[in-house]
Design a protein. Structure first.
Ligand SMILES: Nc1ncnc2c1ncn2[C@@H]1O[C@H](COP(=O)(O)OP(=O)(O)OP(=O)(O)O)[C@@H](O)[C@H]1O
Ligand SMILES: [Mg+2]
Lengths: 333, 498
């Protein structure tokens, strides 16, 4: 076979393999708000504010990338975040120990994730139904634990480290986003675990025949998702200086949208961590810009929905190109 | 003979890489033209262009002298063209009869006439010498039966031009015979056919004309009468590099130590308990017809299928194999029969498919050692002569035979103690088959064991130290190396037919 790759197709291929749509969308939408809203939008303060608002979504999106690329889905993350925040605030109220509070919060996520994973693999209940049920159960516990009362957090160190603090002028929440993003990127791309996840989502039978313990991979992915969601809950608690059962309501859908916009295929087998984080920021920018532009809540919802559909539509055209269902080959004639 | 179909000056490239160059091809009425060539030569691509699946870059297609442009496969169907796809076009979740009549459903008023479709499916299957229920879900069938379903589907449409892209890759001789009768029948009805296969004897038997492709160009176009197998092979591979399989003595003969002992194994789906053993360093073949239980035995050893009684011992230790993980932990690997659903992650690259079983062994600290991974993959690619522009190409874009080579390479590099091969050379060209034979034997030379199932008996006779005969789920005989040397393919063929 001759190697006559012309440089344009080569470039196009690279473009597509990095799923660049989300970055283009980010630039366009950023530029649009910058031009129409001016300095209220492009101020350092506002940008940092956006990073604060999106940190939790970003962190959950990192884990959701694993979940979706393994061919699963997790709808229980918003509830898990709320339950974790309640757990943390109650433990802080009772003991004022940050270490205990962290352990308690993360434990909530691990338990929920483990339950999800076992139900999916052992009881063979589809992930969608398992986590839909779990979403209600966990939110219910979060309401029950204090009879729906909010629990203020009075530990200033906790609030600084996990919410309101700035280090060198940068919000701690941005540091956390970077840390979790880096860990996720490393796990998905650099170690065998990530490839096992992708293979499980791409073709479970082939993965199993190749010696991958696909059940264990699925359980691990659900636990990861639970734990990351629990950490997002800790950040909610720190940022709001309280635990509230309403935290994270609707987050599951924002997170899934961010992951898909970021270039991960809903069909499983592919995953893009940096794309998912960028997708989260994109959603954050849209929310922020629409509020600053003075749209009502109902208008915001409509516009946001339309943008998500548009972005995913463009993205999926492009993943068709990737899997080359002869779209490429039928340009002749 | 006036051609019913002509393709003139067909060009096609994918991503700037030419796959077909100035191809001329013609087909006469009631004629069978064989399309021959190595893996990746462009046979399937040419036929997909003919049937409207791919669009050509340039060239013309004439049907009955008139220029045609099919915009899709459905469009080509309307002109009486049908294709049996190498990668099978069946919907796995539908029943056999639903697949056969997909988009061609028989109706009674507004509703589907299920009974009529089932009756016709039965007829079709019977005419192909098959007896299985039209109601079974396609995904549950072995590949051979799926292939038969695909054939029946194409036949049900009463095409004028029929393309058969490796219809026999997982069929054994007696099934092939029935198919050939069907083909001859169709010929007398004036149906024209293109026949693609890597089995050289088959080609000379069934075709009138042979068109040979090499690297996307036509290198020969001759009447089948004037060709020998050796001619074809030398055209395909270039030069006179004739590669035929014949037994050569093993470098390290099998030991007397048992690697695998199977005792009175009661397998779901088979009536009689199965017992046999495999020595260290031995290559054992299991010969049997489709449905004789050969796949069932391999699947049980690999934990896909359950056994209800009996014992399995590996390397002197009894093991319980309840699922695939148990088998993998016991050092057993399976090269599965169906590369698309069991062998490969089709959306992933050549590289990621090839290293999947060995990821945990190519770590430096905790990270995957990408350099070593590339080295392993590159070595396999050149050893098995996989034709791909890059190891980063998505594997579904490779030709069928080249995908199969990756499947095989993938499991060979996982270094199991016992390698189970289910139709390992399905769709692989004759040049690479020789290489693969060597690779299997080298693998056994290091003290590992191989159990091989192949519908090509010649191949088994060339590779195996011992052949077990399986007939209707019972072991009915065994040929050791000394006997194999004395018997012919026909003897073996008769033996498996019971
Ligand atoms: N959609 C595609 N995109 C990119 N390359 C392709 C595509 N389809 C086929 N090719 C390449 O074109 C070449 C010819 O493929 P083709 O499937 O026609 O081979 P073949 O002769 O049928 O081989 P085999 O005997 O293995 O089935 C191969 O190198 C393959 O990788
Ligand atoms: Mg082919």
């Amino acid at each position: 076979m001759q190697f006559k790759v012309n440089s344009f197709t080569d470039f196009k291929k690279r473009l597509f393999s990095h799923n660049i749509i989300v970055y283009i969308a980010l630039v366009i939408i950023f530029a649009f708000f910058a031009l129409t809203l001016g300095s209220t939008f492009v101020s350092v303060n506002n940008i940092l504010n956006i990073t604060r608002q999106t940190a939790m979504i970003s962190i959950m999106a990192v884990a959701m990338t694993f979940v979706i690329s393994a061919g699963l889905i997790d709808l229980s993350i918003g509830s898990t975040a709320a339950m974790s925040a309640m757990m943390v605030s109650v433990i802080l109220r009772e003991t004022n120990s940050i270490a205990l509070a962290l352990a308690g919060g993360i434990a909530v996520g691990v338990v929920v994730g483990l339950a999800n994973g076992l139900l999916i693999t052992k009881a063979k209940i589809p992930a969608f139904l398992t986590t839909l049920g779990m979403m209600g159960i966990v939110r219910g516990f979060a309401m029950w634990i204090t009879n729906t009362a909010a629990v203020p957090i009075l530990n200033p160190n906790f609030n600084f480290i996990f919410g309101t603090g700035n280090i060198a002028g940068i919000p701690v929440l941005l540091y956390w986003t970077v840390v979790f993003g880096a860990v996720g990127y490393f796990m998905l791309n650099k170690i065998p675990f990530g490839k096992h996840v992708l293979a499980t989502g791409g073709n479970e039978t082939a993965a199993r025949f190749s010696g991958v313990n696909t059940d264990r991979i699925k359980i691990a992915v659900m636990v990861l998702s639970g734990a990351f969601a629990a950490f997002a809950g800790i950040l909610y608690a720190g940022r709001m200086q309280a635990g509230r059962f309403t935290f994270g309501e609707g987050d599951e859908l924002s997170v899934i949208a961010a992951v898909i916009i970021g270039g991960t295929s809903m069909a499983g087998g592919t995953g893009a961590i940096i794309g998912a984080i960028t997708g989260s920021f994109l959603m954050g920018i849209i929310n922020n810009g629409l509020i600053l532009a003075g749209f009502t809540v109902s208008q915001q919802m409509i516009i946001r929905g339309a943008i998500i559909i548009l972005a995913v539509a463009i993205g999926s055209r492009y993943s068709h190109f990737k899997s080359n269902k002869s779209a490429e080959s039928r340009k002749a004639n | 003979m006036k051609p019913i179909l002509e393709m003139k000056g067909i060009d096609k490239s994918f991503n700037g890489i030419p796959v077909l160059q100035k191809i001329d091809f013609s087909l006469g009425e009631g004629q069978v033209v064989a399309l021959v060539g190595g893996n990746g030569a462009g046979k399937s691509t040419l036929m997909k262009i003919l049937t409207g699946v791919y669009a050509r870059d340039s060239g013309r297609i004439l049907l009955n002298g008139k220029s045609v442009n099919f915009s899709s496969y459905a469009d080509a169907n309307r002109y009486g063209l049908r294709m049996i796809f190498q990668e099978l076009s069946l919907v796995p979740t539908l029943a056999v009869y639903e697949n056969i009549f997909l988009n061609n459903e028989i109706r009674k008023g507004f509703t589907l006439d299920k009974n009529k479709m089932i009756a016709q499916t039965n007829e079709l299957l019977e005419s192909l010498g098959m007896r299985f229920s039209p109601n079974v879900i396609t995904a549950g069938l072995d590949v051979g039966y799926q292939q038969m379903t695909e054939i029946a589907k194409a036949l049900s449409a009463k095409a004028k031009i029929l393309v058969l892209d490796e219809p026999t890759a997982s069929l054994s001789d007696s099934e092939v015979k029935v198919l050939f009768e069907t083909i001859r029948n169709l010929k007398t009805q004036g149906v024209s056919m293109v026949y693609i296969s890597h089995r050289m004897n088959e080609i000379l038997e069934i075709s009138d004309q042979v068109t040979i492709l090499k690297d996307g160009k036509v290198v020969a176009d001759e009447s089948a009468k004037n060709l020998t197998v050796a001619d074809m092979v030398s055209h395909m591979l270039g030069g006179s590099a004739e590669k035929r399989f014949a037994w050569t003595p093993r470098k390290n003969p099998p030991t007397t130590e048992d690697m695998l002992v199977v005792q009175e194994l009661k397998i779901n789906g088979l009536d009689t308990p199965i017992s046999f053993n495999v020595k260290k360093g031995e290559v054992v073949g299991i010969a049997g017809l489709m449905g004789s239980g050969r796949t069932e035995i391999l699947e049980t050893l690999f934990g896909i299928r359950q056994y209800t009684a009996g014992k399995i011992a590996v390397d002197g230790e009894e093991v319980k194999i309840k699922n695939v993980s148990d088998a993998v932990n016991a050092g057993i690997a399976l090269v599965p029969e169906d590369r698309r659903t069991q062998g490969l992650v089709l959306t992933h690259t050549v590289k990621h498919n090839a290293i999947l079983p060995v990821l945990n062994r190519i770590k430096s600290w905790v990270m995957i050692d990408e350099k070593r991974a590339d080295a392993i993959v590159n070595e396999k690619v050149s050893e098995l002569n996989v034709k791909t522009d890059s190891i980063h190409k998505t594997i579904s874009l490779l030709s069928g035979g080249n995908q199969q080579k990756v499947v095989l390479g993938k499991w060979l590099s996982s270094e199991p103690k016992i390698l189970l091969l289910d139709e390992p050379t399905a769709g692989i060209d004759i040049g690479a088959k020789g290489e693969i034979t060597d690779i299997i034997r080298n693998f056994a030379d290091t003290g590992n064991s191989v159990i091989m199932v192949s519908s090509e008996l010649v191949e088994m006779m060339a590779v195996c130290d011992r052949i077990i005969i399986l007939c209707d789920g019972k072991i009915t005989g065994e040929y050791t190396r000394e006997n194999i040397a004395d018997i012919t393919e026909e003897v073996l063929q008769n033996a498996i037919q019971g």
